[in-house]
Design a binder for this molecule. Structure first.
Ligand code: UDP
Length: 236
């Protein structure tokens, strides 16, 4: 399968059309951004690491009956995917308070949430991805109530699988962001799951092992990403 026209270039990935209209190729870049593009940089080999981690996690989810856009890993940086009509909703799942949950609601960082919190954000960079509820999403026409209910249930199911998987690898899954899309009448998980889109803390030391190292200039960004990759792939 070959790349034809570039469909889109995002912050961390490029998406290409292929000869097959049902399939696209996601190319993972080393570029990193934070705070809605206000901070920019690169993380060496990030594209390779995030592609490897995402392919492994999507394969795991498929094995647990959760449909994703992954078809196959084509190369170090390229993932062959089903072509989705992306739903403009970012679904964030939280197990432990961090990031905007701390800022917005005053939870002390590290508070273990009794039940996971699922949040919806409008996927719109110009508006800074605002937090929204179901009524906003329906009023904006980005998804139907039925679709939102699928997204929420799917996100909870994904959380259950991933939390267990990461705990076995001595990582706390603090929170993460998911994107979904429509494909031939089905809703599939899209985008990526990686240290760019999740918070991981070491189970024993609580050391941050994700994009927060880049966001807050904590150093050791590449090492943290490759350690996550190692733990994700090591028990194969
Ligand atoms: N997240 C993401 N993309 C976004 C916003 C958030 O991947 O545009 C991820 C982020 O890495 C974290 C989780 O979603 O794992 C929750 O992020 P939060 O709302 O705390 O916002 P942040 O502190 O990242 O601005």
């Amino acid at each position: 399968m070959n790349k034809t026209t570039q469909l889109y270039e995002g912050k961390a990935k490029k998406v290409f059309l292929t000869e097959n209209p049902d399939l696209v190729i996601q190319e993972f870049k080393d570029d990193a951004t934070a705070f809605n593009n206000k901070k920019k940089g690169t993380i060496a080999e990030k594209g390779i690491v995030n592609n490897a981690i995402s392919c492994k996690l999507f394969t795991l989810l498929e094995s647990q009956g959760i449909r994703t856009h992954l078809v196959e890993k084509l190369s170090e940086r390229d993932m062959l995917c089903r072509h989705l009509d992306i739903i403009k909703v970012e679904v964030v799942v939280r197990n432990i308070a961090a990031g905007s949950l701390v800022k917005r609601y005053g939870f002390p960082e590290g508070t273990v949430l009794e039940k996971p919190i699922v949040e919806l954000y409008l996927k719109d960079d110009d508006l800074d991805d605002p937090l929204m509820n179901e009524s906003h999403a329906v009023a904006l026409g980005v998804a139907s109530l039925d679709e939102l209910s699928v997204l929420k249930n799917r996100a909870e199911a994904i959380n259950a699988v991933l939390k267990k998987f990461f705990a076995e690898r001595k990582l706390k899954l603090v929170d993460f962001k998911l994107e979904f899309g429509r494909h031939k009448g089905e809703i599939l998980l899209g985008d990526e799951i990686s240290p760019d889109t999740c918070r991981f803390w070491d189970l024993e030391t609580n050391e941050k092992m994700d994009k927060d190292r880049f966001r807050f200039d904590l150093g050791g960004v590449e090492d943290a990403y490759s350690e996550v990759q190692k733990r994700v792939l090591e028990l194969d």
